[in-house]
Design a protein around this ligand. Structure first.
Ligand code: MN
Length: 360
């Protein structure tokens, strides 16, 4: 939705559109933007799509194959904002076809970081992060020349439960977990933000995107979400990127890169803001630690962690699990699903299957 706001503002031609299961919204968007191709991932909604859009000169597709077909169409940029591991195959298709990829899907890099960064190099294409923190780091590194970053400072809002003790976390509700203080995002990522697994996933993402060691990434809680992340260089200079918390800024930069254009986001006034920083409480929010150990272990461990998190968050959203049971489930899976040091797409599929089987 926010990418289409940007497309509308700058008259960017939308060649193809896809959605997960919200077919009503997809139909309205297709009517407004007249793409050549439309795909609904949820195959059970394909009939609805056909009944509303057939005869309008739009090619209609569905399912995983449809998403991959869309991602490999010749175009300037593919925006992959699919939620979860479903975004992995389309990422491979986009990069494999040599398309520039604007990536909001974290799981692609968390699970298959090595596979994807190798393919990006092989195809000589661009991988532009849309995640606000990674877009910030990317911007801080623009024009750095030969200088390597000493440290990446990854900011976190801390989510709705910042400052909570483990005890207080036991009684939190789904409604509270879904209310993010600063960002408007989907349900899965909003819960990830409340558990701070989101920051764990972003840590792994940053290591792959910017080719740094895990120890070079520092997580800093910054509740106002104005400084979107920063980079420290060898000479002690810290360069950061600031702006109002509005995803349309990083989305737009990925679409217009390297050009910066006027945006629908509000400008910030330094007179109106206060910025504070604190250390994350990694004892209470130990998802960060789970992510660090998954990264250190390598192989399919981030895949196990990510899949267990997807399952646990889904169960939480269906009232089958309490908030505190989310990290417990993930830790259990990391102990009990078969570890493999080697990673390829077959191992990813098998790891996901085994994790699902053991957790359900
Ligand atoms: Mn983020």
């Amino acid at each position: 939705m926010q990418a289409l706001d940007v497309a509308k503002l700058h008259n960017i031609n939308v060649k193809a559109l896809s959605a997960g299961s919200n077919v009503e919204l997809l139909i309205r968007q297709a009517e407004e933007f007249s793409p050549e191709y439309v795909c609904i991932a949820d195959e059970s909604k394909y009939c609805d799509l056909k009944s509303c859009l057939s005869g309008k000169g739009i090619e209609l597709l569905c399912g995983k194959e449809g998403l991959c077909a869309l991602a490999s169409l010749p175009c300037d940029t593919v925006v992959n904002a699919i939620v979860g591991m479903a975004g992995f195959a389309p990422t491979l298709s986009a990069v494999g076809a040599g398309n520039r990829l604007a990536l909001a899907n974290k799981e692609s890099l968390v699970v298959g970081g090595e596979i994807i960064t190798d393919l990006v190099k092989e195809k000589g294409t661009d991988l532009l992060p849309i995640d606000s923190e990674h877009s910030a780091i990317f911007q801080c590194l623009m024009g750095r020349g030969e200088n390597k970053p000493k440290k990446l400072i990854l900011t976190a809002s801390g989510g709705p439960f910042r400052g909570y003790t483990s005890d207080k976390l036991k009684s939190v509700t789904k409604e509270r977990a879904l209310k993010h203080p600063n960002w408007s995002m989907g349900a899965k990522i909003t819960v990830d933000s409340a558990t701070m697994m989101n920051k764990g996933l972003e840590l792994i993402e940053a290591v792959w995107l910017f080719d740094v060691l895990p120890e070079q990434v520092e997580i800093v809680v910054h509740p106002q979400s104005i400084l979107h992340s920063a980079v420290e260089f060898e000479d002690g200079s810290v360069i950061g990127q600031m702006g109002v918390p509005d995803m349309r800024i990083p989305i737009q930069l990925a679409l217009t890169y390297p050009k910066r254009c006027s945006s629908c986001a509000k400008p910030i006034s330094l007179f109106d803001i206060t910025m504070t920083f604190e250390k994350p409480d990694e004892k209470v929010f130990y998802c960060i630690d789970l992510a660090r150990s998954a990264l250190k272990k390598g192989g399919n461990m981030p895949c196990i962690m990510n899949k267990a998190n997807e399952i646990a968050v889904d169960m939480f959203l269906r009232d089958k699990l309490s908030f505190c049971e989310i990290p417990e489930k993930i830790a259990w899976a990391m102990e009990n699903v078969c570890f493999s040091k080697v990673i390829d797409t077959d191992i990813i599929i098998e790891t996901e299957r085994e994790t699902e089987e053991k957790l359900k």
